[in-house]
Design a protein around this ligand. Structure first.
Ligand code: ZN
Length: 323
């Protein structure tokens, strides 16, 4: 015989999932569920599983990112690209690669060092089922705060407790061992001071066991570093490769494709502007010649696309999304 005894708990559950209706049977208006966009984007480079993990956003005056642009022309270019002229928003696209049984994060992201909209990396890591202790290595292109901020957790300890952290030797010497002269940065003296302090603070927990590398080194099989000097004394671009597949990460050779790729303007924070320009041209030319898939750390998420040569320089062509 079928029992019709229903527990109180079941009744409550049934009430919780039933559509909200009033006594006349009409359904009440209900707020739609909040659907958040994913900050994780998966793809493959040959046999290597790659995932862009967003750490969120930073922003600043457009003239900082396009330091030699005439103001009226810069504003016109931004307006034509449907972008505001008072602040340029930059993404923070870190990349997780899984290869040879190791999980390697390329760039740590800003955390809270450059404003309140960074620090989303850990939530995005969680959405793909990983915790900070699952990361085996973190490889940094250059030691600006937006690339290293997440190395330190809220308690001042290592945010990635098991990870070996790799940083360019020349950046370590300039920003961390020394008292860097940052007068070249097109920002206030106060900002410069906070910028320098954020760098030293972020690397404190990993300073005792950091691995320093020289751009040009192969960090692990499948991950090469390419000299991209100028923005900082030691900046590296990354080349992830597997079989005939390659992915080029351009670090901060350009901040935003609209002002630094489609237009030739130079990032203000480039310390040695001529060397930075040579690096940009050399590496962008390689991207064009080899038709490489490119990931821009600061480009609109997920930051993947290709470069074309144009009469004026280059053009950015975003990659089609894979579902
Ligand atoms: Zn950056």
């Amino acid at each position: 015989m079928v029992s019709f005894v229903i527990s109180r708990r079941r009744l409550m559950l049934a009430a919780a999932v039933a559509p909200t209706a009033n006594i006349s049977g009409a359904t009440c208006a209900k707020a739609p569920p909040v659907v958040r966009n994913s900050g994780a984007y998966r793809f493959h480079v040959g046999d290597i599983q790659a995932t862009v993990l967003s750490d969120g956003l930073i922003s600043g005056p457009p003239s900082v990112y396009a330091s030699d642009a005439p103001e009226a022309e810069l504003h016109e270019v931004l307006r034509r690209a449907f972008l505001p002229t008072d602040a340029l928003t930059l993404n923070l696209n870190t990349l997780l690669i899984e290869t040879g049984g190791r999980r390697i994060l390329l760039e740590a992201g800003a955390g809270q060092t450059m404003g309140p909209n960074g620090g989303r990396l850990f939530a995005n890591l969680q959405t793909i089922g990983l915790r900070p202790e699952d990361i085996d290595a973190v490889v940094i292109s250059h030691t600006h705060p937006d690339h290293i901020g997440n190395l330190r957790n809220a308690d001042g300890g290592k945010a990635f407790p098991r990870a070996t952290v790799y940083m360019p030797e020349a950046d370590w010497a300039f920003f961390i061992r020394g008292e860097p002269d940052l007068s070249y940065l097109p920002v206030s003296a106060d900002f410069r001071q906070r910028f320098a302090a954020a760098i030293k603070r972020s690397v404190e927990p990993v300073a005792a066991d950091v691995e320093l590398y020289r751009a040009g080194a192969e960090i692990v099989p499948g991950l090469a570093t390419l000299p991209a000097l100028g923005h900082t004394p030691g900046m590296a671009a990354f080349l992830v490769h597997s079989g005939s597949d390659q992915l080029l990460l351009t670090a901060d050779l350009a901040y935003h494709p609209v002002v630094n790729v489609d237009r030739p303007w130079r990032p203000g924070p480039d310390r040695d502007k001529d060397t930075a320009l040579q690096s940009r041209r050399r590496i962008f030319d390689r991207a064009v010649a080899d038709k490489l898939l490119v990931l821009g750390f600061h480009y609109p998420f997920p930051g993947l696309g290709r470069m074309l040569k144009t009469e004026a320089g280059y053009a950015w062509v975003p990659a089609n999304r894979q579902f």
